[in-house]
Design a binder for this molecule. Structure first.
Ligand code: GLN
Length: 536
């Protein structure tokens, strides 16, 4: 498909961080997609890390992995879930990537003796990446979310680049949306516009006049407040849009649609208005808001103080739950807390299911293993993701297959029973960034397994992010004791899914891959559906 003159929508944030720009970008993406436009969304992150893969989830939340194996910002997960399109490496650009490529070019002498400068060399590199997002993903419209808040030192060069793009491609091919906060001063119960006036002033100081304001507010914006915002910011009255807090993030596009956000954007981009059908999306929102029953799932992890650290997992649970007619309550359990024996029953006694997500490092590992033992012995539905699957193998090896010292070499290098060991080719790599088994790989499902039944397929593709794997030297010992290997990567025979038979347990599945990355509100993941439907 050849794309002629793609359009660009830039989303900046003002006043405070964590305004939900990602959800607004995703919502607009959905609204445009529903009108038949080919849309992609790109995130520009102003930090100096090359990607978030080396950062603790406490910094920016979960690391999201794309089909092509990029470790990206969690917003890309929202983008995919809303627009229903796969994204790629090009959809997440960081200042770290930009600067390292400029410096690499300089070392190779590609600047032909010139002085290398922020403008034009760094700004050109940023613009190239934005243009590439359109061409590489064959999109008619690229929504670009600029991370951070207007006024941050780090994001100056990104603002400069998106300003220049208007000149490069013409004003009718560019729209600027500024997402801002209108705080409510509780003592006088009044909405305040001043912080927004200041933030738009800063933006205009960088040469960018916003076309649309999306205002995060607790209560409705009155006509007077809209008029005031419009007067001070030069944004037309109709283009001052409110975005109020809602129960489910999936309601946001419906609210923005009601206020004709898309119409304003299309007008600015000189694109024709087209009819759209949001009935499918409305159905999903309705299902989320009207559950028939409630189930409680324990997530036993290491970063439980920040829900964002497991955002794809919680969203995948919600998608599956909505389709199964229920609501999930998440009980966050810090795995270390399970290491004291008397706490297990107290903490896990009231949950309908136990999920152990991915993770790295040995803190809390024994707590996760104990949670899995509790789930297995008490026949509580269990779902293990990546590290969660590895812990299930260790638990089964120790307590069922008589391999009392079973461990992963990630945590016990000298164990005599390394049931989880380095992936081929991983043990020599000393670099930490981007060196894992990453992205999509095929997996063949075993005949008559629960996995095959749930997927209703014999070959699937799932995304990975790990260094260790099931050690096939222990396969016989573990399968003789009753563990079923239900999925494998055909080329190297790597174990991808383990399960216990239904005769033994209502639901006990672990996956070496991360199924959560591929779940979408309208297409819940089959394994998550299986897990939720097993919760009684
Ligand atoms: N730490 C484990 C590994 O590297 C699991 C990784 C994960 O859960 N994403 O294999």
């Amino acid at each position: 498909m050849t794309i002629n003159n793609p359009k660009y929508i830039f989303i900046t944030g003002g006043v405070v961080s964590s305004l939900g720009k990602g959800i607004i970008a995703s919502s607009l993406g959905l609204l445009l997609k529903e009108r038949g436009f080919r849309v992609t969304i790109q995130k520009l992150d102003p930090y100096l890390n090359v990607d978030p893969g080396t950062m603790s989830p406490y910094q920016h939340g979960e690391v999201f992995v794309t089909e092509d194996g990029a470790e990206t910002d969690l917003d890309l997960g929202h983008y995919e879930r809303f627009i229903g399109r796969n994204l790629f490496k090009i959809n997440n650009v960081t200042a770290g990537q930009i600067y390292s490529s400029v410096i690499n070019k300089e070392r190779k002498g590609e600047y032909l003796g010139g002085t290398v400068q922020m403008v034009p060399h760094v700004s050109n590199q940023i613009k190239t990446k934005i243009f590439e997002a359109a061409y590489k993903t064959e999109s008619e419209i690229v929504i670009v979310e600029v991370g951070g808040t207007v006024g941050d030192i780090e994001s100056l060069i990104f603002l400069e680049s998106i300003r220049q793009i208007r000149k490069d491609v013409g004003s009718s091919s560019v729209a600027y949306i500024h997402v801002t906060l209108i705080p409510n001063l509780r003592a006088i119960n009044e909405l305040k516009t001043k912080p927004t006036q200041h933030s738009v002033e800063v933006l205009r100081g960088r040469g960018i006049n916003p076309d649309i304001l999306v205002c995060r507010v607790e209560k409705s914006l009155s006509k007077q407040i809209r008029e005031k915002l419009s007067l001070f910011t030069d944004v037309s009255f109709e283009s001052v849009i409110e975005c109020r807090d809602v129960k489910s993030i999936y309601e946001v596009p419906l609210n923005l649609e009601e206020q004709s956000l898309t119409k304003r954007v299309l007008q600015k981009l000189h694109l024709e208005e087209r009819p759209s059908d949001l009935s499918n999306w409305k159905n999903i929102v309705e299902k989320i808001k009207t559950p028939a029953r409630k189930v409680k799932v324990a997530i036993v992890g290491k970063y439980t103080k920040l829900g964002d650290a497991y955002i794809s997992v919680t969203e995948a649970l919600r998608h599956a739950a909505a389709h199964e007619g229920c609501e999930v309550e998440i009980k966050w359990i810090l795995s270390e807390d399970l290491e004291e024996s008397d706490k297990i029953k107290e903490l896990l006694g009231d949950v309908n299911g136990i999920l152990v997500p991915g993770g790295f490092g040995d803190r809390g590992i024994e707590g996760k293993i104990r949670a899995i033992q509790y789930a297995r012995e008490n026949k509580i539905p269990f779902f293990g993701l990546c590290l969660g699957m590895q812990c299930a193998v260790i638990e089964f090896a120790r307590n069922v297959a008589d391999l009392s010292a079973a461990h992963s070499t990630e945590f016990a290098n000298d164990t005599p029973h390394p049931v989880i060991d380095f992936l081929p080719g991983q043990s020599d790599s000393t670099d930490k960034g981007g060196t894992m088994r990453l992205g999509s790989y095929p997996c063949e499902l075993g005949e008559n397994t629960i996995a095959q039944k749930l997927y209703n397929a014999s070959l699937i593709h799932e995304r990975h992010r790990h260094r260790y794997e099931f050690n096939n030297l222990f396969e016989n010992k573990l399968t003789e004791a009753g563990l079923i290997i239900s999925g494998r990567f055909p080329e190297q025979k790597l174990v991808e899914i383990i399960e216990l038979p239904v005769s033994e347990h209502p639901f006990f599945i672990g996956t070496q891959f991360h199924p959560e990355y591929k779940s979408r509100p309208d297409l819940p993941h089959p394994l998550f559906r299986g897990f939720i439907s097993a919760l009684k």
